[in-house]
Design a protein around this ligand. Structure first.
Ligand SMILES: Nc1ncnc2c1ncn2[C@@H]1O[C@H](COP(=O)(O)O)[C@@H](O)[C@H]1OP(=O)(O)O
Ligand SMILES: [Mg+2]
Ligand SMILES: [Mg+2]
Ligand SMILES: [Mg+2]
Length: 394
């Protein structure tokens, strides 16, 4: 039986990147081995190699599209900045590109996609011009990459690709889960955003790819989110049982990353939403005060928080949406596996893992808590106490 084995190549490093120094690269090569000599953990990651390659390609193409559009937005004058259509074009374009690329890369698989956007607004009066812009943009990205040069997409193809994302997901079979631009507000401001793609298999997230085009390749601990050009753009990826890896968006040299495993809250720093409207910052600050965290919170947009936490830039991520907000699975699926495979934990307030098998929404009523395994018990205790105090003060 021809199986895949993993060979460590410690001599290959990218010296500019501190994560690479202690992290040998892993290469996959074909080798014949008896089935019993392969650890179970490798079997689980081996089963999704094809899907991982397809997901990385799809997300990298979408990241290129988003980078192009964000540059155009930031270079535009004040008047056209108030026009929100470039972000719309980028959102739809990213979803169309990921959907199309996955289907081209995995032609023999049944395709189901749970994604944020749908074409309803594009098909209304006045949507045609936007649809044409999206179609041109997607075709331009594919042409400059040289992929799928056998066909140019029509506006109908684009609508079809976007609307593949209407699946309800659930606990049966395989479903891709996509947020084409996570952190739209950050994208518009020129700050952090992510393209987040995950694969659900029988209700469990088994694979995640997270592109963070504006995230520095070096640590953002302490809040420094600025780097020299050429030193930003990270692609995180994980397969269940296989760990989490990070590579520069424009290169294929991946390194294994791990969460910061400190058990000392004084050394732990907190990530939270940039947008106060997305999470209750007063509650997070009461929790970290109770826990004894010293550093001020680092506020960044999108699932880039999960990526940064997976490589140890910070230790805690708290997310408490305001009452009535329903969390969607595409806002957490990729980030969740990226952190868990790097040794972290992602739970609800009760300490239960997130359940992605219930359809398009996560069945949560309170919030999402992310940290390493050692700090989780005391963090959960501080969360519960702070929630009780807040409730009794109302
Ligand atoms: N009122 C809201 N409360 C919480 N999250 C929201 C709200 N509105 C949008 N979001 C989503 O929160 C995520 C951004 O999280 P963060 O605040 O941590 O950056 C995005 O997925 C964003 O959607 P979108 O994907 O459309 O940007
Ligand atoms: Mg989102
Ligand atoms: Mg989005
Ligand atoms: Mg949105």
């Amino acid at each position: 039986m021809n199986l895949v084995s993993i060979i460590a190549k410690p001599e290959i490093t990218i010296t500019k990147n501190p994560y690479l120094v202690s992290s040998p690269l892993l290469f996959f090569s074909n080798k014949t081995k008896s089935e019993t000599s392969i650890p179970r953990v490798l079997f689980s990651s081996m089963s999704y190699n094809k899907e991982l390659a397809a997901a990385k390609k799809a997300v990298s193409l979408a990241a290129r599209l988003c980078q192009k559009m964000q540059k155009a937005i930031l270079q535009s004058d004040v008047q056209s900045k108030s026009d929100k259509s470039p972000v719309t074009v980028a959102d739809y374009g990213s979803q169309a590109l990921v959907s199309y690329a996955l289907q081209r890369e995995l032609p023999s698989e049944q395709f189901s996609l749970v994604a944020e956007e749908d074409s309803e607004d594009l098909l209304k009066d006045g949507g045609q011009e936007t649809l044409e812009r999206i179609t041109k943009l997607v075709n331009d990205i594919l042409a400059s990459d040289g992929s799928y040069s056998d066909c140019t997409l029509s506006t109908e193809d684009i609508v079809k690709a976007i609307d593949c994302g209407k699946s309800e997901g659930g606990s049966r079979g395989r479903h891709w889960v996509l947020d084409p631009i996570d952190g739209t507000k950050g994208f518009l401001r020129g700050n952090q955003y992510a393209i987040a793609l995950a694969l659900l298999d029988e209700g469990t997230v088994v694979l995640g790819v997270l592109a963070c085009p504006n995230l520095p390749l070096t640590s953002i601990a302490g809040g420094s989110q600025h780097s020299l050009p050429g030193e930003v753009g990270c692609l995180f990826f994980s397969v269940v049982g296989g760990g989490t890896y990070m590579q520069p968006l424009d290169s294929s040299s991946a390194v294994k990353v791990q969460v910061n495993a400190t058990d000392n809250p004084e050394e732990a720093s907190l990530f939270e939403s940039y947008e106060a409207a997305h999470s209750m910052h007063d509650l997070s600050s009461s929790i970290v005060k109770k826990l004894g965290v010293k550093a001020p919170p680092v506020r960044i947009d999108s699932q880039a928080k999960y990526g940064a936490l997976s490589r140890g830039d910070g230790v805690i991520y708290l997310r408490f949406p305001h009452k009535g907000y329903r969390e969607k699975i595409w806002d957490h699926a990729a980030g969740c596996i990226v952190v868990s495979e790097a040794g972290g934990l992602v739970t609800d307030v009760a300490g239960n893992p997130l359940d992605f098998s219930k359809g398009r929404y996560l069945d949560l009523d309170t919030g999402i808590i992310v940290t390493n395994q050692k700090l989780m018990p005391s963090l959960l205790k501080a969360v519960r106490e702070s929630i009780e105090e807040k409730a009794s003060s109302l």
